[in-house]
Design a binder for this molecule. Structure first.
Ligand SMILES: *Cc1c(COP(=O)(O)O)cnc(C)c1O
Length: 459
């Protein structure tokens, strides 16, 4: 069922109890929406969208148990029993003793970097995600990406393309910049680089290098359960371990983590920051009270903490993960059957189109990634997102140009195989008429996180 059967539909390990109608905007309505939104799909209304693959963040369907958990919200300002439950689950999964809730991942990043990063400091990562990079910069820091070179090759079948380039990390920490490095981060899975996993072997080596240089190692653990699933599937000696056991091995290598529970927490809002460092914890707590709220709610309703506690556990169930990764692979296979070039191997939370091959007739100046996003919406009302030179164009350290990708992120437990089939058909049709796709130019470019609010016009 699903997990390994190539091109077979994944078995959804749930029944549907509540349904939400899907809009069917006409081609004319879609065209008008594009003009109004300045050809930026972040500006669309959900009523203008047929299948929404913009993000897997906060778009999950909650389970009956999570909805029931909301009803048990204990809305005490301090000492809520929902916090006690959440804290126990987060501690059990990660082994980190100090847990602070936050309203989402970037809030956790804000706390951690506010406490650790000062102007001129360098933060290495396999690849920063957009908000992570923006928060490092916001503190005056310099984000540095140290992924292995295979990570930048859409055709490489390397099983762990999220791995850190150990030679570069070692050289950086051996070099004159060492005093300017307050922490090392590793993103599991690597969202910017195609949702690719990091191997336990690589993390073990990263951890040893960090320890030898007395630099703390923090994980961006948004998709840790999906990463653990890949480790179980691909790494020698790991197949007999549970997702939880693999998680324990992962987290034992780190000093702390930031988490967006909007991903592998199966909630619509929530996150946390975790650490082993009691002194840092005290500083984080002060910042938390300043920015988010009291440490037993961290910017959330207490009922949200209950849904998060339950969702964190559900996201590590093997049958769920087999279905989850299986559904992403199913879409990839349906696309490849139509000749559509995608980033290989298929990642954990979405299919990433290889724009450079998809629109090989277009000049990078014509913004092919955004042009493709617009065309896929035009074709079938499907919302996707550019992960390329618009999101990251101004940000790389020069050793690699940014990957030109369009991400089809799959919300968790939301769409069925029929929806995936529809998406593959529409993208396949765009591929068949790809020479007709017109380029764009940017007419408004904000300074930070510009992809969210930029505007474009057809060439
Ligand atoms: C989503 C995400 C974040 C930020 O989390 P939010 O909940 O969206 O603020 C950070 N890192 C990675 C890898 C992510 O995917």
């Amino acid at each position: 069922m699903g997990s390994t059967g190539e091109s077979r539909q994944p078995f959804e390990p749930f029944r549907i109890k509540v349904v939400e109608a899907i809009p069917n905007p006409s081609p004319e309505r879609r065209e008008a929406a594009l003009v109004r939104a300045g050809y930026n799909l972040f500006g669309l209304l959900s009523d203008e969208i047929r299948v929404d693959l913009l993000t897997d963040s906060g778009t999950s369907a909650m389970s009956d148990r999570q909805w029931a958990g909301l009803q048990t919200g204990d809305e005490s300002y301090a000492g809520s029993r929902n916090f006690t439950h959440f804290e126990a689950v987060a501690r059990e999964i990660t082994g980190f003793p100090h847990i602070l809730p936050a309203h989402q991942g970037r809030a956790a990043e804000n706390l951690l970097f506010s406490a650790m990063v000062q102007p001129g400091m360098i933060v290495p990562n396999n690849m920063h995600f957009d908000t992570t990079q923006a928060h490092v910069r916001h503190k005056g820091g310099i984000p540095q990406n140290l992924a292995i070179s295979e990570a930048y090759d859409p055709r490489s079948e390397h099983p762990f393309k999220g791995d850190v380039n150990l030679e570069r990390l070692q050289a950086l920490l051996d070099g004159p910049d060492r005093p300017r490095i307050p922490l090392v981060m590793v993103t599991i899975t690597n969202n910017t680089g195609g949702g690719q996993p990091v191997s336990l072997t690589n993390l073990t080596a990263v951890s040893a290098i960090c320890q030898a240089h007395h630099v703390p190692l923090y994980l961006d653990m948004c998709r840790w359960a999906e990463n653990a699933y890949f480790i179980k599937e691909r790494e020698p000696g790991m197949s007999g371990l549970s997702i939880g056991e693999i998680g324990h091995r992962i987290f034992a290598l780190a000093d702390g983590a930031t988490m967006s529970a909007k991903k592998d927490g199966l909630v619509n809002i929530g996150g946390f920051v975790a650490t082993r460092d009691a002194e840092l914890f005290d500083r984080l707590k002060e910042l938390l009270i300043l920015y988010e709220g009291f440490p037993t709610y961290g910017g959330l309703a207490r009922r949200d903490l209950e849904a998060m506690a339950i969702g964190l556990r559900e996201a590590m169930e093997f049958d769920y993960l087999a279905y989850r990764v299986g559904q992403v692979r199913y879409l990839a296979e349906r696309l490849e059957a139509r000749g559509v070039p995608i980033f290989r191997p298929v990642g954990g939370h979405g299919v990433y189109l290889d724009v450079t091959r998809f629109l090989d007739h277009m000049d990078p100046k014509e913004l092919p990634g955004q042009a493709l996003v617009v065309e896929i919406y035009r074709e079938g009302g499907i919302r996707t997102v550019e992960i390329g030179s618009i999101m990251f164009g101004d940000s790389e350290d020069g050793s690699h140009p940014p990957l030109e990708l369009v991400r089809l992120a799959i919300p968790r437990r939301v769409y069925t195989s029929s929806h995936m089939e529809y998406v593959a058909e529409c993208v396949g049709r765009v591929y068949a008429r790809r020479k007709s796709v017109r380029g764009l130019r940017m007419t408004h470019s904000p300074e930070r996180l510009r992809h969210f609010t930029a505007r474009f016009a057809p060439l």
